[in-house]
Write a protein of this length. Sequence first.
Length: 319
Amino acid sequence: MSEFETIVDPLLEELELDIGGLRVVALGGGHGLAQALMAIQEYGETITAVVSVADDGGSSGRLVPGLGIPPPGDTRRALLALSPGGSLWRRVMEHRFEHGDVAGHSLGNLVLAAFAEMSGGLEEALNTMGRLMGARGAVVPVASEPLVLEAVIDGKAVSGQAAISRSRGSIEDLRVTPAVTATRAALAAIGSAEQIVIGPGSLYTSLAAVLVVPGVVEAVNASAAGLVYVCNLITQDGETLGMDAAAHVAALVERTGLRRPDVVVGHHGPLEVPAGLQRVEVDETALGCRVESAELADPGAAWPQHDPARLGAVLRRLA
């Protein structure tokens, strides 16, 4: 038994939980996935986040070179979303350093990187850290190694999540390199799910970044689970300007091979839209599928985002 196992295993035995009930899987990354996970906690009993590992910006982008592990940023954010809101663990892991060589780094990213180095990989590190933090679900990286998101935009090859998100133009193709198959844990979670939630989140650099990993779309399309797409409240500069909900869904279907969602969840109600962006309009006729509209925006947020309680109430009805 390694030194790591000697220290951590007794703690995990004390915290082991027996879980069951409604199995919900959320796919994506970034802040959108975090909002979805907080919403799913309103009703889900066995929750799994299948998270993008193509993040190459910020703290994650600085940590990945030389470590040989997937970028921890999106998985850390998902783990914190599933953890008790007022816990000391969560407050500490959210801390971002402001000075010195670690300026800009989140402590959570550094701790996950340390756990990954000690335990043999990010997947095991997330499992360990999640149980120590009392997370109400599992966070699973979609791949076991760092991936590079590549796109063809108006005929030009663009490499990297950050560069793609800044680019303007029509995204004609999207893939990841290396083309490794999704982790067994990700595919198993999708295969056993009773509800699969995609979105909200950046259409190409968070949602499609998970779906284009080999094996993911095949698993989703083969699943009998209800497939729910949660539409963004507003468009995103560089990715979706001018696109309504139907265009968002069409892009996912065309670029990834995803089956059409069973239900699209959209916002209906007041919304302050930042200058230069647009509200994502939801037209049931154009979508050609069931639409659930409700007032979903968080009225207290400085930037348009979903209110987890409101979104959770809608998703609960669809489960």
